[in-house]
Design a binder for this molecule. Structure first.
Ligand SMILES: CC(C)(COP(=O)(O)OP(=O)(O)OC[C@H]1O[C@@H](n2cnc3c(N)ncnc32)[C@H](O)[C@@H]1OP(=O)(O)O)[C@@H](O)C(=O)NCCC(=O)NCCS
Length: 178
């Protein structure tokens, strides 16, 4: 496969069915029990900050971004990230993460957070959030909560139980940064 044949596009509703299939293939039914899934259930994801990789008209990989909150902190939750098996190890996952991070920065996000393998995401700029600083609505390995800080101090402000930012809006009575 020629990497030049893969295009990276912002997600649209037309991609939904293929993305659902890719996530089902990558994570199976267990995905519904994950902490990050529970947070994402709290509201919509950000289509303009979520991306697909397309090859010959088919979606072959996807990354989504969702606005989240913890205490005073606001961030984007990166995930799920999944690449179709036939297209793994070609740099597509790394490229999708880079595209999503660039878009997050341009959109003025304070930080990007995820639950994932440090071995994969560390070289892409993610570092561990200090153990115990945040909790999630379902059990999660705290050493897998990783962050890229965009605005200085944003990760330190991101403290306590993580929820979808739309839920925080309700709690704050509308006093919310995006
Ligand atoms: C993880 C995933 C997104 C990586 O996408 P990809 O396009 O295959 O990855 P890339 O080509 O960008 O990077 C490949 C490199 O990452 C490494 N890698 C892949 N998954 C890894 C992991 N979980 N931990 C550490 N390294 C990993 C590969 O061994 C490879 O290393 P190399 O460059 O030294 O050969 C893809 O394998 C996938 O969809 N997996 C199933 C879903 C999943 O686990 N998503 C991540 C959720 S946190």
């Amino acid at each position: 496969m020629n990497p030049a044949d893969v295009t990276y596009l912002p997600e649209t509703p037309a991609h939904d069915a293929e993305i659902e299939h890719i996530n089902e293939e990558a994570f199976g039914p267990g995905r519904f029990a994950r902490a990050a899934y529970k947070i994402r259930e709290g509201g919509p994801h950000e289509r303009e900050l979520s991306f697909v990789a397309v090859h010959r008209g088919c979606v072959i990989a996807s990354v989504r971004m969702t606005r989240i909150a913890a205490g005073e902190g606001r961030a984007l939750l990166l995930g799920p990230l999944a690449v179709r098996p036939a297209f793994k190890n070609l740099g597509i996952g790394r490229r999708l993460v880079a595209v999503a991070l660039e878009a997050a920065e341009k959109a003025g996000a304070a930080a990007v957070i995820l639950v994932g393998d440090e071995a994969y995401y560390g070289p892409l700029g993610f570092v561990r959030v200090p153990r115990g600083q945040v909790s999630m609505p379902r059990p999660v390995d705290l050493d897998r909560i990783l962050a890229v800080e965009i605005e200085p101090g944003a990760v330190a402000r991101f403290k306590g139980e993580v929820c979808h930012a739309d839920h925080a809006k309700v709690l704050d009575g509308g006093l919310v940064q995006p």
